[in-house]
Design a protein around this ligand. Structure first.
Ligand code: GAL
Length: 746
């Protein structure tokens, strides 16, 4: 044993209050409830609530034992994320505090443990919006929730151990590549030791390269060992299509005895923003991205690994994006790991929103830069560090410092810092700008040099557009849904036609809960191209339709096919979001071909089709018929969609993201329900309530009875920890859905 991780995620005790006495073992936790991590301190309704309801101080207690065989080792507790402030105690002794809800922290428990017996870990969690901790201090347009919302582990190592590795691929575009590794070692022992350090580059089990060195480690001291490899042959690059990952394994030995071995994943890729655009592995890639908040209905941030990974899959595969911005904070490592695995680029940034606090606050922000980079520097997906507070004013000294920290820690990545104020000072490598120029009248995007105030081009990326400029609900009127989609298409089109814009990241992927100062008065910002349940709005197909049809055929007419839904009736002009070469539209009156609108959208690889005229009568008081859309790639029919003239609901359709889950740590999956008509199209205005019933080793997250929203709803089901089966039943007054059977295995 030289590196043991013991998950501490099950069987916590939780109380919505804190008293100093809770740090003592002999104080009972009768008034506490059993919870598991990830945990939100307060479940909230989907919308229409008071956000103060989760802003309080709470207490988490975990009793655990460490076997006597580990006496003499080092035992740490690692917290991955606690919102927003944590004070940690072991067996009545205070270990320390951590400020900030998005970055990890650890404490050494070794000297306070009772081996072979119960130990009590107590965490005081302050989830109030403390003015001394970013992003708080003024208003912000998203909720930060509360609780121990990410995982906690015990880590058992020797006295001398590896704390972190930064593995930096080099000479990436040359035939013979290099790898430089910084190994951060901590000798917590009281004696100086001599160690051999070995680093291997592994492709599955094959050793592709190795480097060995010797070092003297002083007692109670930290060291950085640098081991390099050169001449690495036959190394596959990490890219968007083939995100090949390697393992870097570092081992510390003393007198041939292994002290510690530690592994990280890396990808060989070169990423660079230049004034002519963004280059990945030497090739220009236009960035097509969306911003992601990590929040979900009811439980806020507290979702387990599978759900975090699913978001990355949605962004890459359902939305066809090549980048996600983790607005406005470091997000779950599971999300980032998945981005590495599937080839989705990431722009990660420190917590904050418009407001810069005092010196103490800025110190926390600087720590956030360090903690973010030290946690995430090995992810090949991350191509840019955001080191400004989103949309803040210039702050020369502060931003000199954040840039300096980032560059010193990581000399392989550029920095950005998201701003919305033109002519703001560029201390970063990339000018990252929120451009909300598009308002339905003005041009889709501003001119780079007008924004920067410089007389030359610099690396430039649009980091937000749309959002609050055109909030749109999934169940809004058809004309609005159409305009919402067109605005996304217009910006994407525009950025493609300017070489000095590296790409554009829209606001945003998913609707999100917000404070009362923002949103639609119901605590939701309806800014997503998908809703909070990750159910698509039409605008999402603007992005998806930019995928090659060889990957996924997209044929999505923006229509509810109803004469009276739009103002003054009719369905025109109609936009069809598609990656087909041509569309045939068949009504009882005509069959006509339409082609992508290259004139209006010259920048888009797959422009939408626009229909301005249909022989089907539009007027109030004439007959009404079915319509069929057929998509062709070349001459080949690849997709077909029919809308009924007289839609009626025929079933409650159900689809689960996963039918097998894991026991052990909490696992969860989403199940989407929708009422569809005889042609399989959702009935967006049906007014039905869905009742869920669950049997077996699962629990429903959120309420057991919900109203459909725009004809659909989703629910997440989580495991209890045991192996077995879950049966999820759902019904409404008209239909029952098919049961969903989920297998929970070890
Ligand atoms: C930006 C901000 C985002 C979000 C967005 C809404 O100003 O950076 O967090 O509020 O507006 O469009």
């Amino acid at each position: 044993m030289n590196h043991l991780i013991i998950p501490l995620n099950r069987e916590w005790k939780y109380a919505e209050k804190f008293s100093n006495s809770y740090i003592n073992k002999d104080v009972s936790d009768d008034c506490f409830k059993n919870v598991q991590l990830p945990h939100t301190n307060k479940e909230i309704p989907y919308n229409c609530f008071d956000e103060k309801m989760y802003q309080f101080i709470s207490c988490y207690r975990k009793t655990f034992s460490v076997s006597k065989e580990y006496k003499g080792k080092r035992v740490f507790v690692d917290f991955e994320g606690v919102m927003t402030y944590a004070k940690v105690y072991i067996n009545g002794v205070e270990l320390g505090e951590h400020k900030g809800g998005y970055t990890p922290f650890s404490f050494d428990l070794t000297d306070h443990l009772i081996y072979g017996d119960d130990n009590l870990l107590t965490v005081m969690v302050d989830s109030t919006e403390r003015k001394d901790i970013p992003p708080f201090g003024f208003v912000i347009d998203y909720l930060c929730y509360g609780g121990i919302y990410r995982e906690v582990n015990l880590r058992i190592v020797e006295d001398c151990f590896i704390q972190n590795i930064f593995a930096k691929p080099g000479k990436v575009l040359e035939e013979k590549k290099a790898l430089s590794t910084e190994i951060y070692v901590h000798n917590k022992g009281n004696e100086q030791i001599t160690v051999q350090a070995k680093v291997q580059l592994l492709n599955n089990d094959t050793v592709c390269g190795e480097s060995v060195s010797e070092a003297v480690l002083e007692a109670n001291d930290k060291s950085k060992l640098i081991l390099n490899m050169d001449g690495l042959m036959d190394i596959e690059l990490w890219g968007l299509e083939n995100p090949h990952l390697y393992t870097v394994k570092a081992t510390l030995l003393t007198n041939e005895t292994e002290l510690h071995s530690y592994e990280v994943k890396v990808g060989f890729r070169q990423a660079e923003f230049k004034s002519e655009g963004f280059y990945l592995n030497g090739e220009r890639v236009k960035i097509r991205g969306l911003n992601r908040h990590q929040s979900f209905p009811y439980v806020g941030y507290a979702m387990p690994k599978r759900v975090q990974c699913k978001d990355a899959d949605i962004l890459k595969n359902e939305l066809g994006l090549n980048l996600a911005r983790t607005s406005h904070y470091p997000q779950s490592r599971h999300f980032l790991d998945r981005c590495d695995e599937i080839g989705l680029l990431v722009f990660e940034e420190i917590p904050g929103w418009q407001h810069i606090g005092d010196v103490e606050w800025q110190e926390v922000a600087c720590n956030n830069v360090r903690e973010m980079i030290e946690r995430d520097w090995n992810h090949p997906s991350i191509i840019l560090w955001g080191v400004r507070i989103n949309e803040s004013n210039d702050s020369h000294e502060f931003y000199l410092k954040t840039n300096d920290i980032a560059h010193k820690l990581d000399d392989t990545r550029q920095t950005g810092g998201v701003r919305c104020i033109p002519n703001s000072e560029l201390l970063e490598d990339v000018y990252t700008m929120n451009d909300f120029n598009l308002d339905g009248v003005r041009a889709p995007l501003l001119n780079q040099q007008e924004v920067t105030g410089l007389d030359h081009d610099v690396p430039y990326l649009v980091t937000e557009y749309n959002g609050h400029m055109y909030p749109t609900k999934r169940f809004d009127q058809e004309e609005r849904l159409n305009e919402h989609a067109l605005r996304h298409a217009q910006v994407q089109n525009e950025m493609q036609t300017h070489d000095n814009i590296a790409g554009a990241i829209g606001w945003c992927a998913f609707d999100y809960n917000t404070h009362y100062e923002f949103g639609s008065g119901d605590r939701i910002c309806y800014h997503g191209v998908m809703d909070m349940f990750r159910i698509p709005k039409f605008a999402s197909y603007v992005y998806k339709s930019q995928l090659s049809p060889s990957k996924k055929v997209v044929l999505e007419p923006i229509t509810l096919w109803a004469r009276g839904e739009r103002d003054e009736c009719g369905v025109l002009p109609m936009t069809i979001l598609t990656n087909c070469d041509s569309i045939e539209v068949i009504t009882c009156e005509e069959s006509k071909k339409y082609f992508p609108d290259k004139e209006q959208f010259p920048g888009l690889e797959y422009p939408p089709v626009t229909i301005h005229h249909l022989d089907q009568h539009q007027e109030w008081g004439s007959s009404w018929d079915d319509i069929t859309f057929v998509g062709y790639v070349g001459d080949k029919e690849v997709a077909k969609k029919t809308f009924a003239k007289n839609p009626v609901p025929v079933k409650l359709e159900v689809k689960a993201d996963d039918l097998s889950l894991n026991s052990g740590d909490m696992d969860a999956t989403r199940i989407v329900y929708k009422i569809v008509d005889q042609k399989g199209n959702v009935m967006p205005f049906i007014n039905e309530c869905i009742n869920f019933e669950i049997e077996g080793e699962g629990e429903i997250i959120g309420p057991k009875s919900v109203g459909l929203i725009g004809g659909c709803i989703a629910v997440w089901v989580k495991t209890t920890g045991s192996v077995g089966k879950i049966t999820m039943k759902a019904s409404c007054s008209r239909f029952s859905a098919e049961d969903v059977l989920i297998q929970v295995s070890e």
